[in-house]
Design a protein around this ligand. Sequence first.
Ligand code: F6R
Length: 359
Amino acid sequence: MSCEFCSPPSPSLDDLGVIKEVDKGDMFSLTLRMPEDIEQALADFGNRTFPRFTPANIVVAGMGGSAIGGDIAYSLLRDELPVPLSVIRDYNIPAFIDRKTLFFAVSYSGNTEETLSAYREAKSKEARCIVISSGGRLKEIAGDDVFISLPSGMPPRFAFPYIFVPIVRSLESMGVVRKRNDWEETIELLRKLREDLAPHTPTPDNEAKKLAYSLRGKLPLIYASSPLLYGVALRWKTQINENAKAHTYVDFFSELHHNEIMAWESEEKVANFAVVLLRDKGENDRIKKRVEITKELIGDKAEIYEVWTKGESKMERVFSLLYLGDFLSLYLAVLYHKDPQEIDNINYIKQKLSALPSS
Ligand code: F6R
């Protein structure tokens, strides 16, 4: 019987020495401990209670690894949120924000200028603010606002559980959404999944390693089949960008049937694309049909990989694919010989901007 990944191509993702050599800051360990980080974040939030509050709208303001917790929270809670939730990644806030807004200002470092600016504007509009940060300037200007402290010393994108958990738990505590009872099963599922996805699990049994080999040297187009997975798709993109230093694009069903699908008519091969379909058993029946039509239209133009959520509850399903993407991004980093921790360009830009007078 032939086995495509029985003797994996070089560098071998089954060689733990190679992984150690590339992953200098040990981002694999941070990823492996996600189940415990969720547990810790729940414990940190504890029995904190907030007065009941029915906001007119909810805003999560942040950038990059600090913003994604808002996207994932929105994907998860979309079907039960009684009011709109927007993730704002900008210096300036929209006009609708006022004293009836629940405003989360999230910056891991506390020094991201866009978030600081948005937060200052939200304060001036008397929005009800919750600040989530490990310190920095954000903490200094938080004043009487609720401050949720993040553990220090982590790259922001790996602190995701510590950002996501308090957003969801705060909304529960205020009575905006029901109290969830699927944390425990989500943590258990992640514990099981990490065994399947960890570096010690050989390629033939490891979905993340197999996908990394398949996507190596290609431009992945991540297509999410359901709103439940929009945040996950964005997490895949940003993790691949930052950890593997690679381009990735994201699109969504069925919107992509109204524009992106036309690009597949092109005869110009501008890149070596590979399509990754993020799928969920709860996706809309019409979307299932649309996915089949898509495969029929583009199946001979690009390789198509399908990955499915695992678990029962929405949170389990969201986290199962998020976790696969996090591991995938690290394995791609190893294949590309890029230290996943390093984010030189991001730091360079921040440094340049901080040297300029603020406008
Ligand atoms: C770094 C990362 C970045 C930062 C972003 C904003 O790990 O993921 O995307 O999150 O540059 O910085 P913070 O999170 O400090 O506000």
